[in-house]
Design a protein around this ligand. Structure first.
Ligand SMILES: Cc1cc2nc3c(=O)[nH]c(=O)nc-3n(C[C@H](O)[C@H](O)[C@H](O)COP(=O)(O)OP(=O)(O)OC[C@H]3O[C@@H](n4cnc5c(N)ncnc54)[C@H](O)[C@@H]3O)c2cc1C
Length: 307
């Protein structure tokens, strides 16, 4: 695989006060659940929000910026991602603070940890996060949800930095949540979020989280290299039923397979490339369109360029 030009010396020259980690041609595959894909031209891990804002303010507007979370809803294409990929690290963006019935969480916090913190504080309404293997940042962008709960139900406001380095905050209404979507501007990198729970009984909330865990273990291939639900459910229907009816359960392409267990999940069986996984998804979409007339839309985000 050919490497990108190393632009880190130029970036350091243009923005000399950066404190975060700036790495050229950094592999991204280990940062995603699918474990496929090429490198980031530059991977930046900001030291804190001000450092993130400094990078964005000083960066040539022509250079593309992509943010990733825990890579649980992501295909990184085999040619890698040109420009700067930003991943928020745990130290500056990884805390949860509780104040009464609210929780302020950094966007690097795993959803599972947010659920646990809420339960320990006796705050109900966030147990659904127990089953989602992403970060708070990904949950804001995707309006992540499960088991009857969604991010929109508990979010009060979110804070972030836009492509020009401006600090922004968004009320619940301004997040424009829909099914697995927020219409907050695409260039915003969320840095923290304020959630509100309802006072509840800690033991009952923990029992609910156990139920969520058991339901997932029974129904989803959670120990595989996967990206969660591949396609959004169409209006009034279930994507997995359409995939099943199109005869795609177990279908393979190269090292990629439609999960036998849950056919809206794609799996890297070991040697898959990103092209195998994305190509298999496109083949499933084609077969579903042919058999049912429904066009499925990707829920999984695909970033970068083909090899
Ligand atoms: C086994 C499994 C089960 C899953 N089950 C569910 C489920 O039940 N419900 C559900 O909703 N999802 C589910 N998912 C999908 C996934 O966990 C969610 O979409 C999650 O919210 C993605 O978060 P992430 O941190 O992994 O984001 P990534 O996959 O890294 O990125 C997803 C998107 O979020 C954006 N993003 C990430 N961080 C930020 C940030 N700080 N600011 C702005 N944008 C950001 C990225 O640019 C990208 O567009 C599942 C995935 C797996 C692998």
């Amino acid at each position: 695989m050919s490497a990108f030009a190393d632009i880190t010396p130029a970036l350091r020259g243009a923005i000399p006060n950066l404190r975060g980690r700036l790495l050229a041609n950094q592999p991204l595959s280990d940062l995603t659940w699918f474990r496929v894909g090429g490198p980031a031209q530059v991977l930046f891990t900001p030291a804190d929000e001000a450092d993130l804002a400094a990078l964005l303010a000083g960066l040539d507007p022509e250079i593309p910026v992509t943010v990733i979370g825990l890579g649980s809803n992501l295909i990184v294409r085999d040619g890698g991602v040109p420009g700067v990929v930003i991943r928020l690290g745990g130290r500056a963006f990884g805390s949860v603070e509780i104040d009464g019935d609210t929780l302020r969480a950094g966007t690097a916090v795993p959803d599972m940890r947010l659920a646990k913190a809420a339960a320990e504080a006796g705050l109900d309404g966030l147990a659904f996060f127990r089953g989602i293997p992403g970060s708070v940042g990904g949950a804001l962008r995707m309006n992540a949800g499960a088991h009857g709960g969604e991010t929109t139900d508990v979010l009060v406001e979110a804070r972030g930095v836009d492509r020009s380095g401006r600090l922004r905050s968004f009320t619940h209404a301004e997040m424009g949540f829909r099914y697995r979507h927020s219409s907050a501007p695409d260039d915003v990198i969320f840095t923290s979020a304020l959630f509100r729970g309802r006072p509840g009984d800690r033991a009952a909330i923990e029992a609910e989280m156990d139920r969520v865990t058991a339901a997932r273990e029974a129904a989803q291939p959670i120990r595989e290299r996967t990206g969660g639900s591949t396609f959004k459910n169409p209006d009034g229907g279930k994507a997995w039923q359409l995939v099943d009816a199109a005869g795609c359960r177990g279908l393979t392409l190269g090292g990629a397979q439609v999960s036998e267990m849950h056919c809206n999940f794609l799996i890297n069986q070991g040697g898959a490339t990103a092209a195998d996984i994305e190509g298999l998804g496109e083949e499933v979409r084609r077969r579903v369109r042919e058999t049912s007339g429904v066009t499925l839309h990707w829920e999984i985000k695909r970033i970068g360029i083909a090899a």
